[in-house]
Structures are given as C-alpha cells and as structure tokens.
Ligand binder design. Structure first.
Ligand SMILES: [Fe+2]
Ligand SMILES: [Fe+2]
Length: 187
C-alpha cells in the first residue's frame, strides 16, 4: 500500500491556508485525470499530496535539505531557489513517506517538466496547473484541453510558462525547454 488515511492526515497537517487548499484541489484534479487517462489513481493522488510539502520553506531550509539529500542546485536553481521545492519535496517523499521512484520523479519535475515524461509525470504537472483554485488567464482553456488531450494541454501549459518567464525577465530552467521540445517531437 502506498499510503493510508493516517499518513494522508499527517501530510496534510504540514500544510495550511492556500497551500492546503491548493494541495486538496490538486489531489482531486489528479484523480480525475488519472481516471480519464488510465493512470494509477492512488499514485497520482499520493504525488499531489506531497508535491508542495516544502514549497513554503525558506532559502536556508531549501539549501539545508539539498545538502542533506545530496541535491546539487544548478545555476538557475541557485538564483530561482524556490524551484528547488520539487526536488526537496521528492526527497522527503522518498525518505519520510517511502514513496516509490515513479512518484518521487513526478514530484521532482512538477514545476519544470522534463524530457521523457511518463503519464504520471504529465498528470501531476497538469493537475497542479489546472486544479479548481487556479484562476490565471488561460486556465479555462488549459482545463478544456486537459479533458480532451493531455499532451496538447501540457504543451499549452509549458508554452504559457515559458512566455510568462520571458515576459517577467526570469531565468528559464533547461528542463522546461527539454520538456517542450520532447513533447513537440513526441505527440
Ligand atoms: Fe509546486
Ligand atoms: Fe502546486
């Protein structure tokens, strides 16, 4: 068994406010996508419960976790250190909650995407993007696409993220570029 009610309560007790609401929204959205696309619903839900478990941590806490778990931040992650929450959450998911490798992979790449994404990776990325508490421009289009074609929805999300990063003058993580190129060549 991946997790039980007690573990779920324990995970949720670490979250509060918007982060808790968002996580529950993600859990629900991921279950819906898993049923639609034939993925393992419990793995998708488990990944969602844990995906933002370190999101509210400070830079110091993120870097301490990186040291503890042997995560080496690249140049982009050193500047955009909040991006590290995917990788630190994945490490905690494995260490504390004994999450299997495919679940921790989906958690690690939920912010950036990556090449060769599995169905589980895609569902976690998209559920995070379209869950019911999200309200950005384009979220309705993303939800419609996700209901019809997961890859088209992924490309829509990745393109929008890349445009947003350029618009805000931010660094772009290489994994986001790799995710988009891989998707375009494989859909
Ligand atoms: Fe996140
Ligand atoms: Fe999230």
């Amino acid at each position: 068994m991946l997790y039980n009610d007690e573990m779920r309560r324990d995970i949720l007790s670490r979250l509060s406010g918007y982060r808790l609401k968002h996580t529950l929204g993600c859990e629900k959205a991921a279950r819906e996508l898993a049923r639609k696309y034939g993925a393992d619903e419990e793995k998708c839900a488990f990944a969602m419960l844990l995906h933002d478990i370190t999101k509210n941590f400070s830079q110091e806490e993120q870097l301490n976790l990186c040291k503890k778990y042997g995560i080496i931040p690249n140049d982009v992650e050193k500047t955009e250190w909040k991006m590290l929450h995917g990788k630190t959450a994945a490490a905690i998911a494995a260490d504390v909650y004994h999450a299997p490798a495919d679940v921790t992979h989906a958690i690690a790449y939920h912010t950036t995407g990556c090449a060769n994404m599995t169905l589980l990776d895609k569902i976690v990325y998209m559920a995070d993007y379209i869950e019911e508490n999200r309200s950005f421009d384009g979220v309705k289009t993303a939800r419609k696409l996700a209901a019809r074609n997961l890859d088209k929805a992924m490309l829509y999300g990745l393109d929008a993220s890349l445009r947003d990063l350029v618009h805000r003058g931010k660094l772009i993580h290489v994994d986001t570029v790799l995710a988009r190129n891989w998707l375009m060549n494989n859909m």
